[in-house]
Ligand binder design. Structure first.
Ligand code: 1CP
Length: 358
């Protein structure tokens, strides 16, 4: 644990300022919680759309350090969030493992699907750091250019979620091919999960070596599995990553986000060893305060659709989340990524509500 010193106002030259986002992750309760938003860089910002229209593909944006740095900084300049999340995508990892990944305008990601052990044998973790070098360069630029009080978050997708894209070849509604493989050939599916898990741990460690100050593991599709499968394909691989990561970086906070885990949240927290947990939109905040926040810092969980709606609904929802969660270590966030139609004025209103400026 790093020592938390008292937090001095911005501009104070008394001693080192602890970044509010990191203080929360180290267990500190603050009068005003720090805030950042999942997918805070993206299409709801005109300055992002401007950069995006000048690159041919989405991956080109991820792999051009100057541009990835620029779009990471855009929401910080505009709103002054307490943390920046490095601009990239969870699908750069399959790309680095040797699976072809493209993003088709209006259709989302497309991957040449892998369906069995023989497809899997064509992938290799041997070159991931060479392939991901532009991401590491981007992190260096971000560290140089971020304001002093803003923390930098690194991230990756969790093995189960990444495997769904690798196997389905893109987004999916029912995960039929992934479940078929996992349920019919669990041993060879385990080989895929282990390959992704170990590469992910090494990738996250490399992000820390470049300067990120906390990491988040996105398990966006954790909520679609029956209980035994949740234990084997969500909890176990996450624990494997956390263990491998903590061996090298015991003091770097690790946020797990098992979206849709529902009643499995306590088991996830208990068994994986994550430092903090992201709550999705459906998690009742009073329950989270009693069941989860007594054990670890929590992050979340405003419904992105409520932020899109704005008005009284936004004010009331933010009020209830603050009331239920701000008496313990807490980071304000959405319960899933920001929606691209969200008016910038609603994000400004949210900042004012959370910072107590209304
Ligand atoms: O051209 C574009 O602008 C495409 C939109 C976009 C953006 C802005 C994609 C395509 N990815 C991203 C960036 C991104 N993705 C970030 C960094 C930006 C930030 O947070 O500020 C992060 C953390 C992600 C993570 C990500 N990518 C997840 C996990 C979080 C979640 O939303 O559940 C997932 C599942 C993806 C896959 C992905 N990337 C993009 C698309 C369209 C998809 C598929 C989403 C789906 O299947 O529903």
């Amino acid at each position: 644990m790093i020592k938390i010193q008292s937090i001095f106002p911005r501009g104070s030259n008394v001693t080192k300022t602890v970044k509010p986002f990191l203080a929360a992750l180290h267990g500190e309760t603050q009068a005003r919680p720090p805030i950042w938003l999942m997918r805070q860089a993206g299409r709801y910002l005109e300055e992002y759309r401007e950069v995006r229209k000048n690159v041919s593909g989405f991956l080109e944006l991820c792999y051009t350090p100057e541009l990835a740095c620029e779009v990471t900084l855009q929401p910080i300049r505009r709103f002054g969030f307490d943390a920046a999340i490095m601009f990239s995508d969870i699908l750069v990892l399959p790309d680095a493992l040797g699976q072809e990944v493209t993003f088709v305008e209006g259709e989302g990601p497309k991957l040449a699907p892998i369906r069995n052990g023989s497809d899997l044998s064509k992938l290799s973790a041997d070159w991931i750091h060479q392939r991901l070098e532009p991401v590491y360069e981007a992190i260096t630029l971000m560290k140089q250019r971020l304001p002093d009080q803003t923390a930098l978050i690194g991230f990756a997708g969790a093995p189960w979620t990444v495997a769904t894209y690798m196997i389905e070849g893109g987004s999916s509604k029912d995960f039929a091919n992934t479940k078929a493989w996992a349920f019919q050939n669990p041993n060879s599916f385990q080989d895929l999960i282990n390959l992704v898990a170990d590469a992910t741990a090494d990738y996250l460690c490399a992000q820390v070596d470049q300067g990120v100050e906390a990491v988040q593991l996105f398990d966006s599709w954790a909520g679609v599995l029956p209980e035994d499968a949740f234990a084997r394909w969500v909890i176990e691989p996450t624990k494997r990553i956390v263990d491998r990561f903590k061996q090298r970086h015991p003091d770097i906070p690790f946020i797990g986000f098992p979206r849709g885990a529902g009643i499995n949240y306590p088991a996830y927290v208990e068994a994986t060893g994550v430092t903090a947990v992201g709550l999705d939109t459906t998690v009742p905040t009073k329950w989270a305060a009693e069941t989860l926040q007594k054990k670890l810092p929590v992050q979340g969980n405003l419904d992105p659709q409520v932020l899109l709606a704005g008005g009284d609904m936004l004010d009331q929802s933010v009020g209830r989340i603050l009331e239920n969660l701000q008496d313990g270590p807490f980071i304000f966030n959405l319960g899933h990524g920001i929606i691209k139609e969200t008016p910038v004025s609603h994000v400004e209103r949210l900042m004012n509500l959370v910072r107590g400026r209304v």
